[in-house]
Design a protein around this ligand. Structure first.
Ligand SMILES: [Zn+2]
Length: 325
């Protein structure tokens, strides 16, 4: 029996099977949950996906290492402003958390889950916060520690935090509900957890089975209501839909040209069907448009349009009390 990754209901429906890569025959059956509306798939426990992905040269997991090098330089030179501009440019998700923490106007205890090479934790420490990062990868912890100092480990060092954040993580964990309730326990009363999440409506709007980041990396797409039911009465949940125009344009160009997903190794070519067919249909759309202005054509190309409404979710969970969840 198939159980939903998100809500654990057995009211699930098989949608189709995704083969995201040409070079490896990994298959992922995609299911839709009739109870919570999420979509999900499963990793094969017998396959060590990450060893294979990391074992291929050109893996752009290296991006996080580049970021760490740059952030270290900025922080060493005391260029906090330049560091912040760099992080904001690196992705709207970083900007969201920076703004959120800044809005509190006081030194905070902060836990970053899935800190990778540790840049955000280092950034917040440089701003006077008691920040620490955890990750399941010992390699990442070792790297972050040697780059920024002893503020990283496999497990949290404190019982409770003012703020916990994680970026690009909730869609990748095997059991999001257990993950969330476990870490909500570590918030002080009125403490807040902030994170970004993949929105199932992005896929629906594009009439796709899945979003740009394929399994085995991303295995759950959420419907926003699911977050409220996942944490029950233990937290207040606020959700915003966000998008960064430049990122949407970049993603759309990638989809239009059938290019590989940027963060996967070069030899893992994607197996998506859009490519040339989609460009052709866009050119046809352009020709058919009544407005020949540049703006009209861009609109027809829908470079900015396609993800605009339902791209990603920013979720904030505020702990109601520090009792058992
Ligand atoms: Zn469900």
């Amino acid at each position: 029996m198939t159980i939903c990754n998100v809500c654990e209901s057995d009211r699930v429906e098989y949608m189709s099977t995704l083969r995201p890569y040409q070079d490896v025959d990994w298959e992922f059956a995609i299911f839709s949950c009739l109870n919570c509306g999420s979509r999900f798939t499963f990793r094969d426990p017998g396959v060590n996906y990450y060893e294979i992905l990391h074992g291929v040269s050109g893996s752009s997991y290296g991006y996080h290492y580049d970021m760490a090098g740059k952030v270290k330089k900025f922080l060493r030179a005391g260029h906090l402003d330049r560091c912040e501009r760099y992080l904001r440019k690196a992705g709207y998700k970083y900007a969201e958390v920076i703004d959120f923490v800044r809005g509190k106007n006081k030194p905070l205890s902060i836990l970053e889950i899935g800190c990778s090479t540790g840049v955000m934790t280092a950034f917040f420490r440089a701003h006077g916060h008691g920040a620490e990062g955890i990750d399941i990868s010992q390699k990442a912890i070792d790297y972050a520690t040697s780059t920024f100092g002893p503020f990283y480990s496999l497990n949290p060092s404190r019982e409770r935090y003012d703020i916990i954040f994680h970026l690009g993580l909730i869609g990748c964990v095997e059991n999001p509900k257990t993950f969330l309730s476990g870490f909500l326990q570590r918030l002080d009363t009125r403490g807040e957890m902030i994170f970004n999440a993949p929105n199932v409506r992005s896929a629906e709007e594009l009439d796709e089975v899945w979003v740009t980041t394929p399994p085995p990396d991303l295995i759950s797409l959420f419907r926003e209501e699911a977050f409220r039911s996942m944490c029950g009465d233990s937290a207040d949940v606020a959700i915003r839909k966000v998008y960064g125009a430049s990122e949407i344009a970049k993603k759309n160009i990638r989809v239009l040209t059938g290019r590989k997903y940027a963060h996967f190794p070069i030899s893992f070519r994607t197996n998506r069907r859009e490519g040339k067919g989609r460009i052709f249909s866009c050119i046809k759309g352009c020709l058919g448009t009544s407005s020949w202005s540049l703006a009209g054509m861009l609109w027809s190309l829908r470079l900015f349009k396609r993800y605009e409404n339902e791209y990603g979710l920013i979720v904030v969970m505020t702990r109601k009390s520090t009792g058992e969840i």
